[in-house]
Design a protein around this ligand. Structure first.
Ligand code: IMP
Ligand code: MG
Length: 177
């Protein structure tokens, strides 16, 4: 697996330090409240598990299966909700976690959906935000790292379902695509 990595963009230690900071920001924004966290699968799996263990507070964790890439290296433009049932968010403030903000369509669709379901407020956190123009207007309240507009893998992010378990974020060699 490692032989397919072209360049390490954010290493494990740097990610860990930044997650400490993000956890502090989130704690400060949800004082004395049970935080309802919605984790977008599968990309945010690794990020969320490392981040949420840094928040020593009462949490409820829900997952939402969404798909937008359908296997390739660019967004398909369509966001599919794959679950039969959405988490119960009515009357709650919600924190949504995703791996990366790219076109913005995924987060926009999820935020809209949760608000429709009655969430009183939806905050968003992403490990990575690509430096590019968004195709959907959306705000990420907690951002781990801003990166260039290139395709990345690792730490939850995949190429055709693989590389999610790399402990760092990197780029993929052309010959591995
Ligand atoms: P958006 O809807 O275009 O913002 O894309 C968000 C989703 O696309 C993320 O949840 C990721 O699953 C996927 N994605 C976007 N950029 C990358 C990337 O560079 N590598 C792997 N997955 C990505
Ligand atoms: Mg994904």
């Amino acid at each position: 697996m490692e032989k397919d990595v072209e360049r390490v963009l954010v290493d494990e230690e740097v990610i860990g330090k930044r997650l400490d900071g993000m956890a502090r920001e989130i704690r400060a924004d949800f004082p004395d409240e049970v935080i309802l966290v919605v984790v977008l699968l599968k990309g945010a799996l690794v990020f969320a598990s490392d981040l949420l263990r840094r928040i020593p507070r009462m949490l409820e964790i829900e997952c939402l299966n969404v798909a937008s890439y359908h296997g390739g290296t660019s967004s398909s433009g369509q966001v599919d909700f794959l679950d039969h049932k959405l988490p119960e968010v009515a009357g709650r403030r919600v924190l949504v976690l995703d791996d990366i903000l790219d076109t913005g369509r995924t987060l926009r669709a999820v935020v809209d959906r949760l608000l429709e379901e009655g969430a009183t407020e939806v905050k968003t956190g992403v490990l990575l935000a690509k430096d590019r123009e968004r195709e959907a207007e959306v705000e990420a309240h907690y951002v781990g790292f801003e990166i260039g507009d290139e395709f990345v893998i690792g730490y939850g992010l995949d190429y055709r379902g693989r590389y999610r378990n790399l402990p760092y974020v990197g780029t993929l060699k052309d010959e591995a695509r």
